[in-house]
Design a protein around this ligand. Sequence first.
Ligand SMILES: CC(C)(COP(=O)(O)OP(=O)(O)OC[C@H]1O[C@@H](n2cnc3c(N)ncnc32)[C@H](O)[C@@H]1OP(=O)(O)O)[C@@H](O)C(=O)NCCC(=O)NCCS
Length: 150
Amino acid sequence: MNNVLIRPAILSEQKALEALQLRASLSNAGDREALLANPDAIELPLAQIAAGRVFVAERDGAIVGFAAVLPRNDRETELDGLFVEPNTWREGVGKMLAEYCAGVARAQGSAALCVVGNPHAQGFYMACGFKLIGTVETRFGAGLSLRKML
Ligand SMILES: CC(C)(COP(=O)(O)OP(=O)(O)OC[C@H]1O[C@@H](n2cnc3c(N)ncnc32)[C@H](O)[C@@H]1OP(=O)(O)O)[C@@H](O)C(=O)NCCC(=O)NCCS
């Protein structure tokens, strides 16, 4: 995809990114009610931005998606959220962010990038080279445990 820039988020973007996360998450059919009943589920900690772990995708000066990566206690890295503006879905932004985060994890010496994915996103993660390794219970039902070897 052309003219998409990926860069670290800055602190002042926290609320805009949380709003984007909410719009993206509400667009997953079936998740709407649980999400509206639990608004605290949408939270992007400032500390993650301050630590340089949040990356935004920007196109023509507008933020169209973001993702966060977190270190783990093993030699792997957690993809802690990946959200794309719904009117930009299926234009390759999500894949660019996933590949960027894989590159960050690889550069930090991680052997794999792991994610607990929403079942709605399974096709996306498989297309990005993740393998399904199981399911995990989350606050909102079953999540998919996926891993991409680096
Ligand atoms: C999942 C999400 C991040 C994908 O972002 P995106 O920018 O639309 O993804 P891309 O355009 O890069 O898709 C890359 C490939 O993934 C696959 N894919 C993407 N969305 C898919 C879907 N809904 N169903 C099946 N396959 C899908 C396709 O193979 C796609 O390639 P194609 O468009 O050439 O067929 C986005 O839909 C989103 O923000 N969803 C809501 C939040 C969410 O569930 N995030 C995951 C949290 S774990």
